[in-house]
Design a protein around this ligand. Structure first.
Ligand SMILES: Nc1ncnc2c1ncn2[C@@H]1O[C@H](COP(=O)(O)OS(=O)(=O)O)[C@@H](OP(=O)(O)O)[C@H]1O
Length: 377
């Protein structure tokens, strides 16, 4: 069965899709209703909370901790996306963000020729899925130029306008693809319509990862910045005795992939959305990159020979470029050790996500096998 064609399917398939998604939405709504007034916002409950307006550039101009490839200064870039507190791992603010635009390592690599263009392909999610690893690997391709930090245009900076967004981008010559990644787009309700109105043929890439592991990874990141937060087990439940999961907690909510994908399918055909397995990106980065390059219409330039497995890091890293430089692994905030979580809680979460995962497999025609035990995969 040609699952990828489902996005273009005729009325019966669409109807089935609608009915299934509706039933999941109702399931989610029941959760929200049972969970109390705080969650009575569906479908708004699926959106990220509105962000504060971007702050003026802060003084901190330390380099990105997490780039596989250090990015040079790009003339004119003025990204100011940031959270009220410390920026997220991939979100650099002010002057640091201005350094974001551009290319792969080395000051000489920022070309002053070519044109700044709006991106033709965007990595829209998911948070903690492996989006940085993917972006840095695809940037190795000579026909790809990407902005190094997350511009957050379609969620936080939309009022700055498309000229601002274009200016954030690196210069490209004809035939090169401009890219960016901002994982929060996937769960931003306005993002599908906004990206569609920029260019309806934009290629979208989503790196998905087992929603349970993703939630723990998300929590681990928050914990690293705010060590005093309650335990994962406490935050995961509205009522632990009743086994009622708190689906309004963003760490849980982001993993309801089927519901989020539904919003994108209102504006984009499934064939325009490429899903990368976050798990496979770690065990077989070259295999996933082959599919990404095919999707982007690029020659398969990024292959096995670009990766090696770093045992200390426990992840694949990029080999050093031929002429110079060191091998490039992602920084310390990528591939963190997760805290041990109560196995009963994990089990409960697996049950919670199962119908949403099944729906997601149906919608996409891909089985990501998140229900299988490690050994069975
Ligand atoms: N090659 C390589 N090196 C290091 N880490 C890798 C790699 N490939 C995938 N990953 C996984 O990426 C997870 C972080 O995902 P993101 O980059 O999407 O995070 S973020 O949303 O941008 O903060 C990160 O999650 P944690 O392991 O929970 O830290 C990694 O599991």
């Amino acid at each position: 069965k040609d699952w990828r064609a489902m996005g273009d399917a005729g009325p019966p398939a669409r109807k089935l899709l609608f009915v299934c998604t509706l039933s999941l939405s109702v399931t989610y709504l029941c959760y929200s209703l049972l969970g109390g007034a705080g969650a009575l916002q569906f479908p708004l409950a699926l959106q990220e909370p509105p962000s504060p307006p971007p702050s003026p550039p802060p003084g901190d101009a330390s380099p990105a901790a997490d780039a596989w490839l250090r990015t040079p200064l790009a003339p004119g870039g003025t990204v100011t996306a940031r959270e009220p507190g410390a920026p997220d791992d991939d979100e650099l603010a002010g002057p640091r963000a201005a350094n974001a635009s551009g290319d792969r390592g080395g000051a000489a690599s920022t070309p002053d020729y070519g044109e700044k263009r709006l991106p033709q392909a965007v990595i829209i999610g998911v948070k903690k899925g492996g989006t940085r690893a993917l972006l840095e690997a695809i940037r190795v391709h000579p026909d790809v130029r990407a902005v190094g930090v997350e511009p957050h245009f379609f969620d936080r900076n939309y009022d700055k306008g498309l000229d601002w967004y274009r200016n954030v981008m690196p210069r490209t010559v004809d035939g090169q693809i401009t890219m960016e990644k901002t994982p929060s787009y996937f769960v931003t309700s306005e993002a599908p319509q906004r990206i569609h109105s920029m260019a309806k043929d934009t290629k979208l890439i989503v790196v998905v990862r087992d929603p349970v592991t993703r939630a723990i990874s998300d929590y681990t990141q928050t914990l690293s910045k705010k060590p005093d937060i309650p335990t994962f087990e406490v935050l995961a439940f509205k009522n632990r005795t009743l086994g009622l999961i708190d689906a309004s907690w963003s760490a849980i909510r982001i993993g309801l992939y089927a519901l989020h994908l539904q919003s994108w399918l209102r504006y984009f055909r499934l064939a325009q959305i490429h899903l990368v397995s976050g798990e496979r990106l770690i065990v077989d980065p070259a295999g996933e990159m082959a599919k990404v390059q095919d999707f982007l219409g690029l020659a398969r330039v990024v292959t096995e020979k670009h990766f090696f497995f770093n045992k200390t890091k426990g992840f694949p890293c990029l080999k050093k470029p031929e002429e110079s430089g060191a091998p490039r692994c992602l920084g310390k905030s990528k591939g963190r050790t997760h805290p041990a979580i109560d196995p009963d809680v994990i089990l409960r979460l697996r049950k919670f996500y199962k119908p949403f995962n099944m729906m997601f497999y149906q919608m996409t025609g891909q089985d990501f096998q998140w229900e299988l035990e490690e050994g069975d995969k």
